[in-house]
Design a protein around this ligand. Sequence first.
Ligand code: DX5
Ligand code: ZN
Length: 222
Amino acid sequence: MKLYASMLSCDLLNIESEIEALVETGIDGLHVDMMDGHFVRNIAFGIDHVRQICRATSLPVSVHMMVSNPASFIDAVAHEHVESIVVHYEIGSELPEVLRLIKETGIGVGIAINPTTEVSRIVDYVGSIDTVLIMGVHPGFGGQTMVPGTAERIGCVRSVCGSSMKIAVDGGVNPSTANLVKLSEADILVAGSYLFGGNSGNKVDSLKEKIETLCHGVSRER
Ligand code: DX5
Ligand code: ZN
């Protein structure tokens, strides 16, 4: 299992030092939430932020697009450190074309599914993607509580998509929900507010301790 840090909840005025601290912890990657205030009620990172974050680190970056028109942003974020671009199943009929455009860039392709979307809906896309991002919360804001039943959905995605699909869980990840998610054998945990909240003393040590708590008992090799 790997752990990615969702940058939405980091200290935005000091994002570069936040990234440097994360690198020191041995985090596996960064998760960057693009939000347009339309697909979701919030506004978060845009294409220039993604580019600058990529320039600041050699960590893999996964871009989670919560925008109404993802096709228009794909080329702009297709930076060499972008490991995957994840778009929502809920964008509707343009999904196949958007997946095709991402694939054309050579970057990994993922579909995110909201807690209210039936897992079986993604069956038609299994051959076109390499990651499924299971939303543990309704998208738009960090710091929410994981929706009950999220861990069970991991098992459903696994049976629909097979063993080679990467399954990531995003939203509401903290030590107790992480335990449920680990048992369900997700490949990637994404954590934001738990990692960045209430850090005191040495930032790197504090982050390391939280990473150890979240990942305790599972190998980070996969
Ligand atoms: C929610 C975002 C998540 C969020 C995770 O819409 O996609 O990436 O920032 O944050 P926490 O861990 O606070 O739920
Ligand atoms: Zn996200």
